[in-house]
Ligand binder design. Structure first.
Ligand SMILES: [Zn+2]
Ligand SMILES: [Zn+2]
Length: 203
């Protein structure tokens, strides 16, 4: 019933004509979106289900709510291997139809709430889903807390064993103590010490 879509599109034509509320659901195996002029792709470990309802708030304003359940594939921050990050994303946003809008974007409404601006009744939700997903995702992940990362010199994955560079450069030497010889530091002269020796006139 829910064909695998390349793009999560919701058709809002009849809602804009003042009749039915709109519903869309489906599955995505990835999500293409744009950030400025750059094309990006969110990768999912398995088909990610989305579902959204859009209700009219009168005029060109409407409200979208729904859910998106992707298992996002991120890269381990140290060794770059794939890490699966299961997410449950709640969708909820004001929407406003403005025919002059070229690409859908999130703006701030007069109320301070975010509002999804769009100009095409056949709305592509890719950008909104991607942005909401990224806001729900951790900034970085490790494939395991003990991940040893990659060798800075040759890029070898140190989780698979040491490379020659690790043997050559002991960790203690890399982590140098800024080269300050011990015992050089001395207590600062207290400028108020001299006051103690001040001869006060005898009264
Ligand atoms: Zn790792
Ligand atoms: Zn190496």
């Amino acid at each position: 019933m829910n064909p695998m879509n390349d793009q999560p599109r919701i058709h809002l034509g009849s809602l804009l004509r003042g009749s039915d509320d709109a519903h869309v659901s489906g599955e995505l195996d990835h999500l293409d979106y744009h950030q400025g002029d750059e094309a990006h792709t969110l990768r999912f470990a398995k088909p990610a289900q989305y579902s959204a309802d859009v209700n009219s708030l009168g005029g060109d304003d409407m409200y979208l709510q729904g859910s998106f359940v992707p298992t996002l594939i991120m890269e381990c921050a140290r060794c770059l291997r794939d890490v699966e990050v299961p997410l449950k994303v709640q969708l909820g946003t004001l929407m406003r139809y403005d025919p002059s809008v070229d690409q859908p974007y999130l703006d701030e409404a007069e109320s301070g709430e975010e509002v999804l601006m769009f100009g095409e009744p056949d709305l592509d939700l890719s950008g909104y889903l991607a942005e909401t997903t990224l806001l729900s995702a951790p900034l970085s992940v490790l494939h395991t807390p003990e991940c040893k990362g990659l060798c800075q010199v040759c890029g070898h994955d140190l989780n698979e064993g040491p490379c020659e560079h690790m043997a050559q450069v002991p960790v203690e030497e890399i982590d140098d103590e800024l080269g300050i010889p011990a015992g050089k530091a001395h207590a600062k002269q207290n400028p108020f010490t001299a006051l103690k020796d001040l001869d006060l006139p005898e009264g």
